[in-house]
Design a protein. Structure first.
Length: 201
C-alpha cells in the first residue's frame, strides 16, 4: 500500500491509537525550550496531537505551520482545531514549498523512520531554521519498541526504523546543528540540535 493511502486509512483511528502515548509526548516535548512568540514547523503533524500542545505553549504572536502528506489526517485536524495562529499545509516533507522558512523550531515527532532520504531532508530543514533555531527529533516510544511495532504492523511501514544514535548525531552535524540534548530511554526518544547564530559582521 502506498504510504499516503496507508496513513489516510489510519486517520479516523489515529487519535485513539495514539492516546496511550499522550503522557510520554508531554514528557518528551516538555523538555524543549519554546518562547511564546516562536514560529514552529510541525512536520508529520497527523491529526494534531502535537499541534494542540504547541499552540498551548505559544502566546498570541506565536505561529504553527502544520505539515502532513495525508489529506485525511489534515481534514481531521482542520475540523478539530481552529486557531488563527495555525496554518495547515499538505505536502511531503521531502518536497516542502520554498516559502516554508524562517522558523525558530522544526519538529519531527514520530516521523523520521518514515523518511526515504533522512540525511538530505534534515539538511534542507536546517536551512529553513533561523540562526539559533532548534531542530527536534522525538518519539513517545523507545527505539526498540518503535522498530518492533513497525515490523509487526507491516505494510508501508514494515521496514521503517529509527537509526542508531551515532548516525542520527552525524546527520544533525551534517545539517549544521550542534546537539544540545540526546535522551534515549525505553519509553521515549529525544534528539535536539541548534543551528549556529550568524557570525557577527
Amino acid at each position: 500500500m502506498h504510504r499516503v493511502a496507508f496513513f489516510d486509512d489510519l486517520a479516523p483511528r489515529w487519535d485513539e491509537l495514539s492516546r496511550t502515548g499522550d503522557s510520554r509526548m508531554l514528557e518528551v516535548l516538555g523538555q524543549v525550550p519554546i518562547v511564546p512568540q516562536a514560529r514552529i514547523l510541525d512536520l508529520g503533524c497527523g491529526t494534531g496531537r502535537t499541534v494542540r500542545y504547541f499552540l498551548g505553549r505559544l502566546g498570541p504572536a506565536g505561529r504553527v505551520s502544520a505539515v502532513d502528506f495525508s489529506p485525511r489526517m489534515l481534514q481531521i485536524l482542520k475540523g478539530s482545531i481552529r486557531d488563527p495562529r495555525l496554518a495547515c499545509i499538505q505536502a511531503d516533507v521531502g518536497e516542502l514549498p520554498e516559502s516554508l522558512e524562517g522558523f525558530d523550531l522544526v519538529v519531527l515527532f514520530d516521523l523520521l523512520p518514515h523518511l526515504e532520504r533522512p540525511r538530505e531532508i534534515l539538511i534542507d530543514l536546517s536551512r529553513r531554521l533561523l540562526p539559533g533555531g532548534q531542530m527536534v527529533l522525538a518519539h513517545d516510544v523507545g527505539r526498540e519498541e518503535l522498530n518492533r511495532v513497525h515490523c509487526e504492523q507491516g505494510g508501508a511501514v514494515r521496514a521503517d526504523r529509527l537509526p542508531g544514535d551515532d548516525l542520527l548525531v552525524a546527520w544533525f552535524q551534517d545539517a549544521g546543528l550542534e546537539v544540545e540534548d540526546l535522551q534515549a530511554t525505553p519509553s521515549t526518544y529525544l534528539l535536539r540540535g541548534r543551528k549556529s547564530p550568524r557570525p557577527v559582521q
